[in-house]
Design a protein around this ligand. Structure first.
Ligand code: UGA
Ligand code: MN
Length: 255
C-alpha cells in the first residue's frame, strides 16, 4: 500500500533546509505520496519549486491558520497547537480524491510527518502493514529520552510518558499511522485546534480506535525509529548589522 504523508509547513528561515532534508529522506521510501500543506494564503514559489524538483509524487495544498489560532511573535510555542488546519486540509483532500480510487486492495496508510522531525526509513516499512492504527515509540519528546506505548502479550496496555499519562492517547503525532480505509470510513475524524494542550492527537484518534485495537510496531514498541528533533532558530544579528550598512544579503537569493 501507498504511504500518504501529510506535512504541514510554514515560511521561516529554515523552511527550505527542513523540506530538503525531509524530501531526500522520502526519496528512499518506495510508494510514498507526499501531501504538503502550506500554512499560507497562497502556495509559495519556494515550496512549489522544491516540490517540482524533488522527484517525489506529491500533492501541494495550502490553508492559512486562522489569525486567532496562530501563535504571535513572543508567545510560548505551547500556547496554541500548530499545523492543525493543515493536517485537516490534507485529510479533506484524501477523502475527496481517494474515495473514488480506493478499492479493496489499493488502500493506503496515512502518516502525519512534521517538517522538522527525523525519520528512519524503517518506520515507513513498519507502518505499511497498518490495519487500523499502528503505534511505535518517539525519541527525544515530552522532556524524555523517548515516549512509547508499553506492550504486553502483543497489546498496548499503557504508555510510558511523563506528562498527563491519563490523556486518551498520550502520544506524539510522529508515533502513529492510520489506515486510509479507516480515515475514509470516518469522514468526520479530524484534529481539534481547540483541544486542550496535549490533546490534539487524542482529538483525532478518539473517534477512530480504542487502546485495545492499537497495533504495536517496531518490535513491540522497543525500537526508536523517529525523533522529535527541533531546529534552532538561526540568529540574524550580523545580517541586520550588514543591512544597516547597505551590505545585506541579496534578497533574490533563495535560502
Ligand atoms: C509538537 C508535536 O510534535 C506536533 O505534532 C504538534 O502539532 C505540536 O507540538 C503542537 O502542539 O501543535 P512542535 O515541534 O512543538 O511539535 O511543533 P512544530 O514542529 O513547530 O509544528 C508542527 C508542524 O506544524 C510542523 O510541520 C510545522 O511546520 C507546522 N507549523 C508550525 C505550521 O504549519 N504553522 C505554524 O505556524 C507553525
Ligand atoms: Mn517540531
Amino acid at each position: 500500500p501507498t504511504v500518504f504523508v501529510i506535512t504541514p509547513t510554514y515560511a521561516r528561515l529554515v523552511q527550505k533546509a527542513e523540506l530538503t532534508r525531509l524530501s531526500q529522506t522520502f526519496l528512499h521510501v518506495p510508494q510514498l505520496h507526499w501531501i504538503v500543506v502550506e500554512d499560507s494564503p497562497q502556495k509559495t514559489p519556494l515550496v512549489s519549486d522544491l516540490l517540482k524538483k524533488s522527484g517525489l509524487i506529491y500533492t501541494h495544498l495550502h490553508v492559512p491558520t486562522a489569525k486567532d489560532q496562530k501563535l504571535q511573535e513572543g508567545d510560548p510555542n505551547w500556547l496554541k497547537p500548530r499545523g492543525v488546519q493543515q493536517r485537516n486540509e490534507g485529510l479533506r483532500w484524501l477523502r475527496e480524491d481517494r474515495r473514488a480510487e480506493a478499492g479493496a486492495d489499493n488502500y493506503g496508510v496515512v502518516y502525519f510527518a512534521d517538517d522538522d522531525n527525523t525519520y528512519s526509513l524503517q518506520v515507513f516499512e513498519e507502518m505499511r502493514s497498518t490495519q487500523r492504527v499502528s503505534v511505535w515509540p518517539v525519541g527525544l519528546v515530552g522532556g524524555m529520552k523517548y515516549e512509547r506505548p508499553v506492550v504486553e502479550g502483543g497489546k498496548v496496555v499503557r504508555f510510558h510518558t511523563g506528562w498527563r499519562p491519563n490523556r486518551p492517547f498520550p502520544m506524539d503525532m510522529a508515533g502513529f499511522a492510520v489506515s486510509l480505509k479507516l480515515v475514509l470510513a470516518n469522514p468526520d475524524a479530524c484534529f481539534d485546534g481547540n483541544a486542550p494542550m496535549g490533546f490534539l492527537e487524542s482529538s483525532f484518534l478518539q473517534g477512530l480506535v480504542t487502546i485495545d485495537e492499537l497495533e504495536p510496531k517496531a518490535d513491540n514498541c522497543t525500537k526508536v525509529l523517529v525523533w522529535h528533533t527541533r531546529t534552532e532558530k538561526p540568529k540574524m544579528k550580523r545580517e541586520e548589522a550588514m543591512q544597516a550598512q547597505g551590505l545585506g544579503s541579496d534578497p533574490a537569493l533563495e535560502v
